[in-house]
Design a protein around this ligand. Structure first.
Ligand code: GLU
Length: 485
């Protein structure tokens, strides 16, 4: 069988959206699954809106998500260049070929004239389209219009009365009527091709076998098919994947929260978790499994299980998935992932002594069970970095006002000071001894100690917290609280 060649062809015009990452992922998974090629092409014909920054951002995001491309921008390949503004001569030649064959023509209509034509259709209650004014100009008429200083566009001549059938991998057969499509611009007056033209030339010359992209391009596809036919180029297989909706079933937008890959990276979602989540946006695995390693995704993914109905972006599900991946990190990995956030919060620097680094790691690990994404780490461990704190509420404060609280605290501190180390086992020992000697129930012992030490009624085990504060800070914090009572 012919080798599968798929591509991701972003326009570098802004933040890299989650939807773009999902399209890239589906293509990448197909290439990996079939041993095919994954091509990265930059569609930068919108010169005003395209930027190098956006291109760099897309490439960095793809790399961060683990989607390497084996052909395309930066890495090269047999069908380059892979940036559309570097391919203008190629588009020009194909446009000329269409003009020479009478399948495209120069259009000299000004913007005002086009607007008037549109208005005329609207007035008749018809869908506006190009009226064909310039479709049959004689060379003399063309010369005259050119002499007026008009710069022509090139329009594709849409054949009349043709059904264009797209056998879409996701949507089945989709039929468009050519009569509904006016002659459309393929080259703008500045010589830059339009998307619909450049994409066909590129996909054909780059020997792309499958065009898997977002549903919003389905309506462009009949125009593209007409160009393939006019140039007698082989058609790729098309597959248009559904829109991504927010939980309220409206199109995913900034109102729904973070929409760019970079925002999720900064919030501290793990790339593997995001990939896992993106794969499930539209693709439904056959079983109940929700967590997939990349290797499993490559094995399981198939276009047959890509749904026609819109995918709903469920951030709770993303959070759940991310939590599972975070909890599965080993201590070393978890610390490595968390450290940039801890540094950004001012709790650590790039250069720490081995002792403090060892302490920092233990502190960081205290947060692993409690966070959803990594930017929550600093808040979760903030108490280790300051000895100023308040009681979380009146209830907490009341714990220290109970008759037995002072005696419990005094006895516990005595035991702690007498201990040889301050390891978890020693703290446990001191707690047990305090329970025994005061003859109080566990809670009457643990709670005042916890509140005096942290201000809170809940949190990780005292046997974990106290060794991290060390003896002096533990005593100072507890005594400080008792003074406030
Ligand atoms: N440059 C187009 C976009 O970013 C790509 C469309 C396509 O994949 O054909 O939407």
């Amino acid at each position: 069988m012919e080798k599968m060649r798929v591509r991701f062809a972003p326009s570098p015009t802004g933040p890299f959206h989650i939807g773009g990452a999902r399209s890239a992922l589906f293509n990448w998974l197909l290439a990996k699954k079939t041993g095919g090629d994954f091509v990265l092409r930059i569609e930068d014909t919108d010169r005003e809106r395209s930027s190098q920054e956006s291109e760099d951002n897309i490439k960095a995001a793809l790399k961060w998500l683990g989607m390497d491309w084996n052909e395309g921008i930066d890495v090269g390949g047999a069908y380059g260049p892979y940036k559309q503004t570097e391919r203008l001569e190629t588009y020009r030649q194909y446009a000329q070929q269409l003009v020479a064959a009478g399948k495209a023509y120069y259009c000299y209509c000004s913007d005002e004239e086009l607007e008037a034509q549109r208005q005329a259709f609207t007035d008749k209650g018809e869908t506006p389209r190009y009226a064909g004014v310039c479709s049959n100009l004689t060379p003399e008429q063309q010369a005259e219009l050119a002499a007026q200083g008009r710069k022509p566009t090139i329009r594709f001549k849409v054949p009349a009365n043709q059904d264009i059938v797209i056998a879409d991998l996701v949507r089945g057969n989709v039929v468009f009527e050519s009569n509904g499509i006016g002659d459309f611009v393929i080259v703008k007056s500045d010589g830059i091709p339009t998307y619909n033209f450049a994409v066909v030339i590129d996909d054909a010359l780059m020997k792309i076998t499958h065009v898997i992209r977002a549903e919003e391009h389905l309506s462009n596809t009949p125009r593209q098919v007409l160009i393939y036919q006019a140039l007698q180029l082989p058609l790729p297989v098309f597959g248009h994947i559904s829109l991504i909706l927010g939980k309220d079933r409206t199109k995913m937008s900034k109102r729904h929260g973070a929409t760019s890959v970079d925002q999720y990276r900064q919030l501290g979602y793990l790339p593997q978790a995001l990939v896992n989540f993106l794969a499930l946006l539209g693709w439904a695995p056959s079983g109940e499994q929700e967590l997939f390693s990349t290797a499993e995704l490559i094995q399981e993914f198939s276009m047959e299980h890509v749904a026609k109905n819109p995918a709903v972006f469920d951030v709770d599900k993303l959070n759940w998935i991310n939590q599972q991946y975070i909890r599965a990190l080993n201590p070393e990995e978890y610390c490595t992932w968390s450290m940039p956030y801890v540094i950004a919060a001012g709790y650590a620097t790039e250069q720490e002594s081995p002792e403090r680094l060892a302490w920092l790691k233990k502190v960081i690990l205290m947060s692993q069970e409690y966070i959803t994404y990594l930017s929550q780490v600093p808040e979760q461990i903030s108490m280790y970095f300051t000895d100023e704190f308040e009681f979380e509420n009146a209830e907490a404060q009341a714990v220290l006002q109970e008759d037995t609280a002072t005696a419990v605290i005094e006895l516990f501190l005595e035991k702690l000071q007498a201990a040889e180390t301050l390891e978890a086992a020693a703290v446990q020992q001191a707690l047990k001894a305090t329970v025994k000697e005061t003859k109080l129930g566990g809670k009457k012992v643990y709670m005042p100690i916890r509140v005096a030490l942290t201000g809170n009624m809940h949190g990780p085990d005292l046997t974990q917290i106290i060794p991290l504060f060390g003896l002096n800070r533990t005593i100072e914090r507890i005594n400080g609280s008792m003074k406030k009572i």
